[in-house]
Design a protein around this ligand. Sequence first.
Ligand SMILES: NC(=O)c1ccc[n+]([C@@H]2O[C@H](COP(=O)([O-])OP(=O)(O)OC[C@H]3O[C@@H](n4cnc5c(N)ncnc54)[C@H](O)[C@@H]3O)[C@@H](O)[C@H]2O)c1
Length: 329
Amino acid sequence: MNKTLIVNRELCAQLLSVQDCIPAMRDTLIAAAQNEIKMLQRQMIPHSSGNMLALMPASLLTKNVTGSKVIIFPGPQTRKDGTNQGIVPLFDTETGALLAIVDGELITVVRTAATSAAATDVLARKDASSVAILGAGNQGKAHAEAMCSIRDIRKVYVWDQFPAAVEAACAVLWEKLPQVEIIPCAVPEEAVRDADIVCTVTSTKGDAPFLKGEWLKEGAHLNAVGACSAAAREVETSVVRRCKVYYDWEEATMRDAGDLIIPMQAGEVRKEDFMGEIGSVMLGRLEGRTNDREITMFETIGISVEDIAAACQIYEKAKEQGLGVWLEI
Ligand SMILES: NC(=O)c1ccc[n+]([C@@H]2O[C@H](COP(=O)([O-])OP(=O)(O)OC[C@H]3O[C@@H](n4cnc5c(N)ncnc54)[C@H](O)[C@@H]3O)[C@@H](O)[C@H]2O)c1
């Protein structure tokens, strides 16, 4: 019987930095565009507490690994208590061996910000120097850090529905990014007007968008990250209309991305108006930004192969450095 490497959240944090994860996510998006992955749509089991069990299976054929993220999407009380958890079991596609069980919570935060950074790196202007973070939670903080890894960022504007969340996130970012001016904002427009890169990373479940198209600066890039169901959206139709729109995986986008689905259902935009998958831009098969005035948008609901790729990176690093606990399962 082979042994399985157990990697807890603390060790994941030590082994998986946003900076290291960005090239891995770029490779993964390219693998997806080249059909070097296998992936099933996310499956969810809802509960009256608001907690949903999510299963996100995928194989990354370039690394011969397969597995599934198994995670709780938290309801209101669980979100407050912070008791939600997740894991990624990682298998070898050839031998079938269970290689590792890796914490899934930290992977989610890091790979999502790293994926947005990989997309931003190909779509945003090279001279982008300011970022707006709308939604000052875990993803908000990780996105601020990720954007600073790919561009010379001088200013980060932070807004949230709760001023206390803005204050808490700014305190963390002042510490983490001492070279950057961190600016708390009272309303979203104040954060967005001057931003070269905008990240919407709220946990909204509703269909009342807070980002207006007319606020976006000429030449800006938007990462729309927070609205992950067909019924939720963060951005108005005017945003989608003003942008060249790219996404991570068409199949999942057309099922779960309310930012695009709601205006499509209302007949305000059509699927043909969107550009396509970001991996194809990375491969040079699809046009990306062509000038400094265009506004680009990356709509992401998150794909399971990103979790498998991140778990694989953690597994390889832990093995190399002799870290983690080996157990016979
Ligand atoms: N696209 C992906 O790949 C991906 C991956 C993971 C998480 N997510 C999504 O990202 C979102 C944020 O996750 P998180 O872990 O940072 O959550 P979090 O709870 O740590 O932070 C969310 C923040 O959003 C704020 N917020 C909620 N609704 C708002 C609204 N309508 N207007 C303004 N602020 C609002 C909250 O006050 C909170 O501060 C979630 O919706 C999550 O589902 C997306």
